[in-house]
Write a protein that binds this ligand. Structure first.
Ligand SMILES: Cc1ncc(COP(=O)(O)O)c(C=O)c1O
Length: 391
C-alpha cells in the first residue's frame, strides 16, 4: 500500500468535521456567526494575563521555559485539587493530571481504556470532537436517549450491564450542543449504576461554571463519592482556550497511567502557560472573571431566546439552555438544517447543522447555535436572517 493511503485508511474512522469546513467558508465572507465553537474574545482577561505572563517571565522564567513534570506544575495541581474538594469531590494533588486541553484528556482516557469493537455510551446528541476521538479508536458509539433533564438513567443502567461497554462519556452541565444539564435527581442513580458494574464514567465538566439560571450545579462526581468517575475540566471556557491548560482528575493509579500515556504524547503541558494560569488563579481573579462572563453570556442567551420567539415561533422549537455556549434548534420534522445552510450563508448568517452530533444518525432537522460568539447587537438581526433562510 502507498504510505499516504495508509494514513487515509486509519483516519477514515474520523469523519472530516463539517464545522471545520464551515469555518473555512466563513473566513471568506462576513456573516453573523452562530456557527462558531469559540468563546467571545471580549471575555478574555487579557490585562491580568499580561501581568501574569510578565511576572512568570520575570520571577520564574527558569521554570516557565524549562521541561517540567509530566503530571503538571505542582501548585496548579494543588489548586485544582483544592477547588474540586471545595465543590464536594475530595481530591489530592496526586489525583490530578494537567493536560493540554480537555480534548487531550478525552483522548488519553480513550487510549488507556478502549480497544477496537468496544462500546462507548454517550448522550444523544453529544460533543462532536469527543465522538471523533472514540471513532478514531474504532469503537462503537451507542447514544442513549436524552431529554431536557439529561440521560435516561434506566437505559444507561441496562446498557452498562453489557460486557462490551467500556465507558460512558457525559457532559453533566450545559452540554454541547444542546445546553442540557443532567438533573440533580438522575445523578446519583447514574453513578450507582456505574459503580455497580465498575464501568467508568468520563464526566466532561467544560461548561460547569457557565451558569446563567439560578442554581450552581456541582461536578457529577460529587453525587456519589467513590463512584468510578474521571472528571475532566478546562480553563478554556472561563479564561482562554489558546492557553491549552486543562486537567483530569480521578484515582491516583488511573492518573499515573494517563500520565505515562501523556508523556509519550507531548512530555507535559506547556510549562509557561501552566504557570501563567496558576499566577492568574493565585491572584484571585477567577471569581470576578466568571461573574463577568456569566453576566455577558446571560444577556446574549436571553437576547437569542427573545429573538427566536420573535422570528421563529411556530416554525421551530429550541432547547432553553440554563448555561454553556449553545442551544439546539429543531425545524419541523422532515426538514433538513443542512439544506437551509446555503440559503442562510447567502443571507449572511451561519450555524452548524446538528446531525453530526447524533452518533447513530438522525438530528437532520437540528442546528446548533452559539450565542456567546456573535456581538450582542447582532443577535436579533442574525435570527431575522435565519428566519428568512428557513422561509
Ligand atoms: C464539551 C467540550 N469538551 C471539551 C472541549 C475542548 O476544550 P479544550 O479547549 O479544553 O480542549 C470542548 C470545546 O469546545 C467542549 O465543548
Amino acid at each position: 500500500m502507498d504510505w499516504k493511503a495508509m494514513y487515509a485508511a486509519r483516519m477514515g474512522q474520523v469523519e472530516p468535521s463539517s464545522i471545520m469546513q464551515l469555518i473555512r467558508v466563513m473566513a471568506e465572507r462576513p456573516v453573523i456567526n452562530f456557527a462558531s465553537g469559540l468563546p467571545d474574545p471580549a471575555g478574555f482577561p487579557v490585562e491580568a494575563l499580561r501581568e501574569a505572563a510578565s511576572a512568570v517571565l520575570t520571577d520564574d522564567w527558569r521554570g516557565g521555559l524549562q521541561y517540567g513534570e509530566a503530571n503538571g506544575y505542582r501548585p496548579l495541581r494543588e489548586w485544582v485539587a483544592a477547588d474540586l474538594s471545595r465543590r464536594g469531590v475530595p481530591t489530592a494533588p496526586g489525583e490530578v493530571l494537567i493536560v493540554s486541553g480537555s480534548q487531550q484528556g478525552i483522548d488519553l482516557v480513550a487510549r488507556a481504556l478502549l480497544q477496537p469493537g468496544d462500546v462507548v455510551l454517550t448522550e444523544n446528541p453529544s460533543y462532536l470532537a469527543a465522538l471523533q476521538v472514540f471513532a478514531s479508536f474504532e469503537t462503537a458509539i451507542w447514544p442513549i436517549a436524552t431529554d431536557p433533564d439529561g440521560l435516561d438513567v434506566d437505559l444507561v443502567a441496562a446498557a452498562l450491564r453489557r460486557t462490551d461497554v467500556k465507558l460512558l462519556y457525559v457532559m453533566p452541565s450545559h452540554q454541547n450542543p444542546s445546553g442540557g444539564t443532567l438533573h440533580e435527581t438522575r445523578r446519583r442513580p447514574l453513578l450507582e449504576a456505574a459503580a455497580h458494574t465498575g464501568i467508568p464514567v468520563l464526566a466532561d465538566e467544560a461548561y460547569l461554571d457557565l451558569r446563567y439560571d439560578p442554581g450552581d450545579p456541582a461536578p457529577l462526581a460529587a453525587s456519589l463519592p467513590g463512584a468510578p468517575v474521571l472528571t475532566v475540566g478546562t480553563f478554556s471556557k472561563v479564561i482562554a482556550p489558546g492557553l491549552r491548560v486543562a486537567w483530569i482528575a480521578g484515582p491516583e493509579e488511573v492518573i499515573e497511567r494517563l500520565s505515562l500515556l501523556k508523556q509519550v504524547t507531548d512530555l507535559h503541558t506547556n510549562s509557561l502557560t501552566q504557570r501563567i494560569v496558576y499566577h492568574y488563579l493565585a491572584g484571585g481573579h477567577l471569581p470576578g472573571q466568571v461573574a463577568r462572563l456569566r453576566a455577558a453570556y446571560r444577556e446574549k442567551r436571553d437576547a437569542l431566546l427573545e429573538a427566536l420567539n420573535r422570528h421563529l415561533a411556530g416554525k421551530a422549537t429550541w432547547t432553553r439552555t440554563a448555561g454553556g455556549m449553545f442551544l439546539l434548534l429543531s425545524l419541523t420534522k422532515g426538514a433538513s438544517a443542512g439544506a437551509v445552510l446555503p440559503a442562510a450563508l447567502d443571507h449572511g448568517v451561519a450555524f452548524v447543522p446538528g446531525a453530526p452530533f447524533f452518533p447513530a444518525g438522525g438530528g437532520e432537522e437540528t442546528m446548533r447555535l452559539n450565542f456567546v460568539s456573535p456581538p450582542l447587537a447582532d443577535i436579533d438581526e442574525g435570527v431575522a436572517r435565519l428566519a428568512k433562510a428557513i422561509g
